[in-house]
Design a binder for this molecule. Sequence first.
Ligand SMILES: [Zn+2]
Length: 99
Amino acid sequence: MIVTCFKCKRHSELDPVFVGFELHKLKKKKPSHYQAVCPACRAVTKVSVKEMQDELDQAAEDIQKMIAEYEEEKAKAKAEKKAQAKEKVKSKAKAKPKV
Ligand SMILES: [Zn+2]
């Protein structure tokens, strides 16, 4: 989908996979707009998600893949942080058995 910057009128192509991924990160159930940042002047142009829905649907598989990878990375980073914190407060006491 081609977006025209409202400020400098420059056209830029939006990658539906990237858009879908960004929309996911917004953590909104039904975002109505995507905020496209102009590569030339950094102005934000609002794009209706409805207008992009067809492209998003077509890219749904790739979007899900990207989201899954992102979530995995996030979980990994979190686990690493947790492990580090655990390492810090390691006590002599034995870990409690899981219930
Ligand atoms: Zn612009």
